[in-house]
Design a binder for this molecule. Structure first.
Ligand code: IPD
Ligand code: CA
Ligand code: CA
Length: 263
């Protein structure tokens, strides 16, 4: 296996064990940007573990982690990490959260790993080499679904932490499509939502106001599984984009137009 991917998958599993340890012991919850934006000891411990490991093995690489921030070393390589994606679920003991680790080179995503420590499911992608799920029951390649119509599609989304004050709170888009879809989910981990699109478990996903660490690994998973990733308005997607829409190539335009009220 590619040395960098092996490092990232091992680190994601080790970090998952740390997170599960905190879940068993119990955690103290603090708030960040608002009363609904949470952080726990598990987020900080997971972040510290990942930063320590990257610094040890790849001391010259740049780094961006949710709890640790940016460390620039002038490298073409940059790790982009969400040590615990789905903190609200984690804090409520809802068993759906993940560790997300991505690596880019000169601004292009090279690998992505999203690990669900509850189900022991590891989703990974290597640029140009496809995407895989390693689960306790085996290893399978990831492939996006073939749904093309809204009434046959199950789609996930999320709402931003500033939803009470921001007009860009996704409520209008949600109301436009909720009646037209077979099903809609708000599962609470953007990284796993993207991994599930890659796995064909979800037919599509969209969200506004995410951060680079929420999207980086999952976006590569979707692309390597044959899906497309762009902004909700159809423009090209980047880690800085204010929105993301991911789906199979046939369904993405249908979902986009429905969200925007054009179709
Ligand atoms: C959050 C989750 C959630 C999404 C939020 C993210 P966090 O990440 O991915 O699904 O709706 O916008 O911020 O705070 O749990 O790492
Ligand atoms: Ca996150
Ligand atoms: Ca997080």
């Amino acid at each position: 296996m590619n040395e960098l991917l092996l490092f990232a998958t091992t680190l994601a599993r080790e970090t998952g064990a740390i997170v599960q340890g905190w879940q068993r012991r119990g955690i103290t919850i603090e708030t960040k940007s608002s009363t609904i934006d949470l952080v726990t000891e598990a987020d900080r411990a997971a972040d510290a573990q990942i930063v320590r490991a990257i610094r040890h093995h790849w001391p010259t690489h740049d780094l961006l982690t949710e709890e640790g921030g940016a460390e620039q070393r002038g490298s073409r390589w940059r790790w982009i990490v969400d040590p615990l994606d789905g903190t609200t679920n984690f804090a409520q003991a809802i068993p759906h959260y993940s560790i997300s680790i991505a690596l880019e080179k000169a601004g292009e995503l090279q690998l992505g790993v999203v690990y669900d420590p509850v189900r022991d499911e590891l989703f990974s992608a290597l640029r140009g080499d496809g995407a895989w799920l390693d689960a306790p029951w085996g290893r399978v390649p990831l492939r996006v679904s073939r749904a093309t119509a809204l009434e046959n599609a199950v789609v996930a989304t999320g709402f931003p932490y500033d939803k009470a004050t921001s007009e860009r709170n996704n409520v209008a888009e949600f109301s436009r499509v909720v009646r037209r879809l077979r099903g809609i989910r708000r599962m609470g981990s953007a990284a796993l939502d993207l991994a599930y699109v890659a796995a064909g478990r979800l037919d599509g996903y969209w969200e506004y106001a995410l951060s680079p660490w929420d999207m980086a690994a999952g976006a590569l998973l979707v692309r390597e599984a044959g899906g497309v990733v762009h902004s909700v308005d159809g423009s090209a997607w980047s880690l800085q984009s204010p929105s993301i829409l991911a789906a199979n190539p046939a369904f993405a335009p249908t979902l986009r137009q429905a969200l925007l009220g054009n179709g």
